[in-house]
Write a protein that binds this ligand. Structure first.
Ligand code: IPE
Ligand code: IPE
Ligand code: MG
Length: 265
């Protein structure tokens, strides 16, 4: 199926070309770098914040769809530790978005049995943002379905530094020759709240045509499959989510070994 997305005043063809197979497994953990809100608005001669508002609607659609497809964890990169560099007006708008999002969407999250989690340096968020997050976590804590994990004021290097510092504190009181294992680092990262088999995303999607990671889950994506689409985040939709999953389903994940067929040979 061919679909078209406006970009810089012209339409760029984006093909949904990886057939999704409902009989094959879907990734247990999908992480998305939701990029392109500003460009979406600028293409329409609107202020950048109009793109963030529209992007919030995409978050709702994608959350519901991912949950219905049976995804266990959906991690959404909403605000990075570097995004504070943006103009105050834009940062203020982004800090208000979780309030509006949870105000309108918590009933749906409860209906869908989705549990909210937020990972990031939440203590430096404005009080009203912290409160919105806390309420949403509280209101959905009994839900047992998909975990909707927002990365909010999140940065992977700061996350790793914090993990190493807290590990160091713990083990240096316990032993003079402390041993550090991969599992210990894994547990101290912000994804450590998840069961071990769900911490690393199997699939990372980035919208907007940029092909970079921008300080997102650097440890956890060691063997993730990456999917880049030119669609701007407000244009991303359930069909493109299935396209990304379709692409994932066709991939041969080897983890440094050999694919099963080669192993036989
Ligand atoms: C993603 O869209 C949202 C955030 C980073 C908060 P952008 O705001 O980065 O949009 P572009 O990349 O400038 O188009
Ligand atoms: C990454 O997008 C951060 C989020 C999506 C929250 P950016 O727009 O901040 O990334 P760069 O600056 O293009 O790398
Ligand atoms: Mg961007």
């Amino acid at each position: 199926m061919l679909r078209f997305f406006p970009q810089k005043d012209k339409y760029i063809k984006e093909a949904a070309e990886h057939p999704f197979d409902a009989a094959l497994p879907v990734p247990k953990h999908i992480a998305i770098i939701m990029d392109g809100n500003g460009r979406w608005a600028q293409n329409r001669r609107l202020p950048r914040v109009a793109g963030h508002k529209e992007g919030m609607e995409t978050v709702k659609k994608i959350t519901t769809h991912a949950s219905r497809l049976g995804v266990n964890v959906l991690t959404l990169y909403a605000f990075s530790t570097e995004n504070w560099k943006r103009p105050n007006e834009e940062v203020d708008y982004l800090m208000q978005l979780p309030v509006d999002f949870f105000d309108t969407f918590v009933p749906e999250l409860i209906k869908e049995n989705v549990k909210v989690h937020v990972m990031g340096f939440t203590e430096s968020l404005p009080v009203h943002t912290q409160e919105a997050v806390r309420n949403a976590i509280e209101q959905t804590k009994g839900n047992t379905g998909m975990v909707l994990n927002f990365a909010l004021n999140y940065g992977s290097r700061a996350e790793m530094l914090q993990a190493v510092q807290s590990l160091y504190k713990e083990i240096s009181v316990e032993s003079e020759q402390p041993e550090i294992t991969e599992e210990m680092i894994d547990q101290h990262l912000m994804t450590g709240f998840l069961p071990a088999d769900l911490r690393d995303p199997e699939l990372v999607i980035r919208t907007s045509g940029e092909e970079r990671i921008s300080n997102f889950l650097l440890w956890q994506i060691a063997y993730s499959e990456l999917f880049f689409t030119k669609a701007l985040w407000p244009d991303f939709d359930p069909v493109l989510l299935e396209d990304a999953i379709g692409s994932f389903q066709q991939r041969n994940r080897r983890f440094g070994g050999l694919k099963p067929k080669e192993e036989e040979e």
